[in-house]
Structure formats: C-alpha cells, structure tokens
Design a protein around this ligand. Structure first.
Ligand SMILES: [Zn+2]
Length: 405
C-alpha cells in the first residue's frame, strides 16, 4: 500500500489554491501578489506560480502599478476571463433558449427560438438543439472566445450520464441526450452536459440572482411543469440518481384534476401553466393544444390588470396551491428563499399574496422558518443562464481550461 500524497492530491491542492486566488482577485481587485499572499496565507512563491498560470490562460491580467503605497510600487492584478465563454441552453415545451456568458458574467448572446419538441419526437428535437448549440458556439468563437462548455437544461429526470429518463412535458422517455448531442456536434473540444432545468435555474439564481449567495435557496420552474432546484448549505441537492426536486408531482388533492404523469391532483395539475390557462381562458385550446404559452399568459396578465373577478379568483386559487407546495419544501429543507420562475414571474403580483398566506398557515416553523417567497428577477431563460454558470463554476473552482491554441 502506498502512503503519502498521491498525484491526484497535488492536483486537488493546486485547484483549490487557484480557486482561492481567483476568488480573492474577484472580490478585491485590483490587488498585488503580495496582497494575495498576505490575505490568503499562501506563500509568495506559490502565489507567483499560481498567478503565472492564471495570466497564461488569460484569467488574470496585470494592470499598471499601484502608487501611494509603502515600499516598492507593486504590479496590480485584475480578472480577465474575457477570452472564455460558456453556453447554456434551455429546452421548454414551446421554446428553446441559448445564452452565452463570459467569466465576468456578461451575457454575450441570448437567443429564443420557437420549438415544438412535443410534436416532432426526440430525434428531430436533438438535431434542432444541436444546430442551435453549434450556431451559438460558432458565434462565440468568431468573437475570439474559447467555448468552455455547452450545458442543456431539460424539464425532466436527467441521470448522471446526461440521459433524460423521463420528460413528461416533452413526451420523452430514455433519450440519450448528452451522447446524441456529442455525436451531432461531432465530438467537440468543449464539454457537453445535460441537467435538469430546475437545478440549472437554481444555480443561476445562486450565482447571479437577487438572492445570489443565499445558502439555502429553492427555485421553482413555471414552465409546462413545475420542478424544484434545491440548494442546501450552498450546494445543489441532487439525490441518489439525480432525480430530486420533483415537487410538481406532490399530490396535493387526491380528488384533483388528472396530471400528465398519470396521477391526479399533483401540484402541476393544479398550478402549472396549463392549469392556469385552462382556468382563466377555458376556450384557449379550441384550435388544438396550445404550443406557445406566451400569448395566453399575456392575456391572463391583461385580465388581472383589469381586475377581472374570475381571473383574480383563479390566480388566488393557483397561488394557494403554490403556497401549499412550497410549505412542504419549507418544512423539509427550511429554505431562506423560494424563487418563482418562468411563467410565474409575470403573474407573481397576483399569485404571491395567496401563496404567502398559505405558506404561513402550513409551515410548522414560526414565520415559515424565515422563508421568503419571491419572483425571479433573472428574466426568461434562467435555466440557460444556469447552464452557462455550470461551466464557469468549474473554472472558479480552479479547474482551468486548456491553454488557448
Ligand atoms: Zn403528476
């Protein structure tokens, strides 16, 4: 049996130290090598070597000399990262979103395309997703940036290999999405990943949202389904096979309406976007199933603004169901904040009062355990933004991209 540190341990230590240096510069820039050493406890030679690596990869750059300091003027460092971008995509029942974000958090592109993933079957959907990913990667490369990764968010059960085991809202079962995308993109140099859309949205909120950095945060998607991305103690809660957060299929009312999952009275069947449209606009589906919800949601908002009594009553009922669902999560994981996303955002002014009241009634802890219920301020495509954040987070953790060629 071998003893002592193994090569993997050295790599881990170096990644950790790189992450420490990056984090210090992010919060304290401009700063000198000596500042970093003093603040982090790393010795100066180590800091010089780490900084050299980061400058070589253009994650840091030098910027002039600091004046008005005691002793020799020092070369100051700031974040660079501009040569890198990550791409995130979101697959919803009625649209695809692609975003590219650089390490400084700047959105380089945001594309939204109509998408009929439910009608065309998974095979056609995969080529549509791959085509959009490829165009986004080409655009980013043409701007002189290296693509770190493409991460696709899907509303469904996604396993550790990036296979979609079940996405009821898309009508998908056992779609090997990651493997299919790698093939369609012809084994790209960048990392390709697939994750649950709620998980990625929670990552986006945790990195960029109004409650960024909140240690215990839950994000609820408001697309065709309702999924929860759960961050506990600063880490995404995935569960054994990656299938956690299926809040949409909590059965709130056994006598409730039929859910696409085959059960009855699920949160999704009571408070999902289809349920909202059916309650407020019962005639919306006379021309066949609604495949793009945006016009209907706009109409619901218009009616609510006019204080149409039937609309207000429907949204209050939906808000109560949401509050009921959130109270179960609040009782289980005691989040500091629950963020409503997707189609819930424009409806939030009418959903939140009833949801908050229901949460307060059903939460066991006083004051709902401190749980705040808010609407996301990230705008549409939070899962896509989170997909980009995933690859950027790997760099933050000290896993450096290969040297630019
Ligand atoms: Zn269900």
């Amino acid at each position: 049996m071998q003893s002592g540190p193994q090569p993997a341990d050295f790599a881990d230590v170096r990644a950790t130290n790189l992450a420490v240096v990056l984090r210090h510069v992010r919060t304290h820039a401009p700063c000198s090598r000596a500042d970093i050493a003093a603040a982090t406890g790393l010795n100066k030679a180590t800091v010089s070597s780490l900084v050299a690596d980061l400058i070589e990869r253009r994650l840091l750059r030098e910027t002039g000399l600091a004046e008005h300091r005691i002793g020799r003027p020092a070369t100051m460092l700031v974040l660079d990262g501009q040569p890198y971008a990550a791409i995130g995509m979101e697959v919803a029942a009625d649209h695809l979103t692609a975003v590219a974000v650089d390490l400084a958090g700047e959105q380089l592109l945001t594309w939204r395309r109509a998408f009929t993933g439910t009608e065309t079957g998974a095979g056609k959907a995969v080529s549509t997703i791959a085509a959009l990913a490829s165009r986004a990667a080409s655009r980013v490369s043409a701007q002189g940036r290296q693509v770190l990764g493409v991460t696709v968010g899907v509303p469904g059960l996604v396993d550790a290999d990036g296979a979609v085991r079940l996405a009821a809202g898309l009508g998908w079962r056992d779609v090997e999405l990651r493997a299919d995308l790698v093939r369609a993109l012809r084994d790209p140099k960048y990392d390709v990943a697939v994750d649950n859309d709620a998980n990625l949205s929670a990552l986006a909120e945790h990195r960029y949202g109004a409650y960024a950095g909140t240690a215990n945060l839950v994000y609820l998607t408001g697309e065709i389904g309702i999924g929860a991305g759960v961050v506990v103690d600063g880490r995404l809660l995935r569960g054994g096979r990656g299938f956690s957060g299926e809040i949409g299929h909590l059965q709130l009312d056994p006598a409730g309406p039929q859910c696409p999952c085959g059960r009855t009275g699920c949160l999704e069947a009571l408070a999902g976007v289809r349920a909202i449209i059916q309650r407020v606009l019962p005639d919306a589906e006379v021309d066949g199933p609604v495949t793009d919800f945006a016009p209907e949601i706009d109409e619901v908002v218009r009616r609510a603004r006019r204080a149409d009594p039937a609309t207000l009553a429907a949204l209050t009922a939906v808000g109560r169901h949401l509050g009921h669902g959130v109270s179960i999560v609040a009782n289980l994981v005691n989040p500091d904040v629950v963020v409503l996303g997707g189609n819930f955002v424009p409806l939030a002014p009418w959903l939140l009062p009833a949801a908050e009241a229901e949460l307060a009634t059903r939460a066991v802890a006083p004051d709902a355990g401190g749980c705040r219920l808010v609407a996301s301020a990230l705008g549409p495509g939070a899962a896509a933004t989170g997909g980009a954040a995933r690859a950027l987070a790997a760099v933050d953790a000290g896993h450096l991209p290969p040297l630019p060629t």
